[in-house]
Each structure stands twice: as C-alpha cells, then as structure tokens.
Design a protein around this ligand. Structure first.
Ligand SMILES: [Zn+2]
Ligand SMILES: [Zn+2]
Length: 275
C-alpha cells in the first residue's frame, strides 16, 4: 500500500500523525533505534533495595542477553524505606568490581538512583557521588508542587554535575497517576545544555518519557537512555517496550547513549560532570 502511494514503508511505531508522512515524502524518515542496538541497561535494582533478585542473578541474566555493559543503580538513602547506608552501597561496589567482566566480558558500572528532593537536591554530598560511575536521579515524592517550583526543581537536578540521567522524568503511572506539571520545554533545554540524558523508562506502566515528549526533547538537542528500571530478572526483558516508545519519539541509535560503545558512554558521563 505504501508503495502504491509512492511512499517508503513506515515503521508501525512511527504511524502517529506526527509528520511521518511528510518525512517519508522527503525521504527523511528516521532510522529508528532497535532492540539489538542497545549495548547495556543503565537503570536496574537488586535485592539490596527493592529489587527481588540478588546482584549475581541480575548480572548473569544481563550478560546472557548479550550486553556489553550494565549499570547497577540501587536506591539512595533519602528514600527512607529502602534503608540504604554508605556502608551497604560501598560493600555492593566491592562486589560489583569483583563481578566486572566475569560474565561474557560484560563490564559493570556501579551507580545509584538518587531522589530529587522538593528543591531539586539529591542524596549524598558531591564527594561521595564522585565514587559512582553513573547517577540516575528521579522524583519519587512531592508530586504536586506548583508548575514553577516543579520546573525549578527538575532544572536544578539537571544542573547538578553528578546527575547523568533523569529517571522516569514525568513520573506518570499509566491509568493511575498523571505526569508532573512542569515547563518541559525548559527542562529539556536544561538537559541538552548540561549533558544530562532523559530516560525512556521501559516499565509497561511507566513508558516515561512518552513518544511526544521524546520527540520534543530530541528537537531541543537532548540525549536519551532507554532503560528497564528492572526490579527482577524478568524485567530485563521489558526493554522492548522502551524501544517501542523510543521509536514513537523518532529516536535513532545516535540519540541513545546506551547504544554507544562503552568508551563513548564514559566520555559522555564524564563530560556531563565537568559542566
Ligand atoms: Zn525510581
Ligand atoms: Zn529505579
């Protein structure tokens, strides 16, 4: 049918009436990211916090998926019910270093998922955060600030040089909770300016960012991480839902930091911290 209309085939995930027909006419359809392009997951949990599986099981399962690298990002102490401490996260780091490369040569990054407080502050002082390879930062509480305060909060988190990725940026839960009210243009601009990636969270009840926001953020120059936020080994397979969402936002492998080789990813994480 597309051929009959003189158009190239348009991937189903692009069929959202967001300019894909016009782009097809011009021969400018994006070469969208595929699941096979992903080299590693950058947001995952273990049973040290609210995950169900031990570190070893998560790492082994990730390696069996063929990943080249994998980040362990358990919750930080300000999410009090997780009972995180400096000692616990440092002991985990030791274990992560021991397992680094032990399964099919897959490299491990030791990270954390920080909490973005009501004023945009995060857990742990800068010197302690320096010890992590990657920091995801997410909103887990105080969902009802004014639009102005919420925007300032998110921009401030992006401007924190230790924050590499904003996790599940709008915090929407499909069918249960609307996304945060913020000036997203301003937040996405801050991400582009500070080298902070936006997450495309692959949990089926999140899919956050969603397609339209992704497209807007991409046009504003932001980068993305498509991650599962896995709390069990089964969740690692949710990646495909994140990929479908990324495609709806027209993302190509170049836009997605976890399709990049590890050296390029590390450079991106380091450059973000230098700003
Ligand atoms: Zn989270
Ligand atoms: Zn998480």
């Amino acid at each position: 049918m597309y051929a009959g209309l003189g158009l190239p085939w348009i991937p189903p995930t692009l069929r959202e009436d967001r300019g894909e027909v016009e782009a097809a006419v011009r021969g400018e359809l994006p070469d969208v990211v595929e699941e096979a392009d992903i080299r590693g997951d950058l947001h995952t949990h273990t049973d040290l916090t609210d995950g169900l599986a031990p570190l070893e099981d998560m790492v082994r399962t990730a390696a069996e998926r063929g990943y080249r690298y994998y980040a362990v990002t358990d919750h930080a102490p300000n999410l009090y019910m997780q009972r995180m401490t400096d000692e616990k996260i440092l002991a985990q780091r030791e274990r992560v270093r021991e397992l680094d490369g032990a399964h099919h040569g897959m490299r491990l990054l030791h990270g954390t998922e920080l909490n973005i407080g009501p004023d945009g502050e995060v857990d742990w002082p800068g010197e302690f955060l320096d010890g992590f390879d990657i920091c995801v930062a997410s909103v887990h509480s105080h969902f009802n600030l004014s639009r102005k305060a919420m925007t300032r909060r998110l921009v401030r988190a992006c401007e924190n040089p230790h924050v590499n990725v904003v996790g599940h940026p709008t915090t929407r839960l499909i069918g249960r909770r609307h996304g945060l009210d913020a000036d997203w243009d301003e937040v996405f601009d801050a991400c582009a300016r500070t080298g902070t990636a936006l997450e495309v969270n692959a949990q089926p009840d999140r899919l956050d960012l969603g397609g339209e926001d992704i497209l807007n953020a991409k046009r504003r120059g932001a980068r993305f991480a498509v991650s599962t936020d896995a709390h069990s080994v089964i969740h690692l397979g949710y990646l495909r839902f994140g990929i479908g969402t990324a495609q709806r936002g027209w993302l190509t492998p170049g836009d997605v930091i976890n399709t990049w080789p590890l050296a390029r990813l590390r450079r991106f994480l380091r450059d973000g911290r230098a700003r």
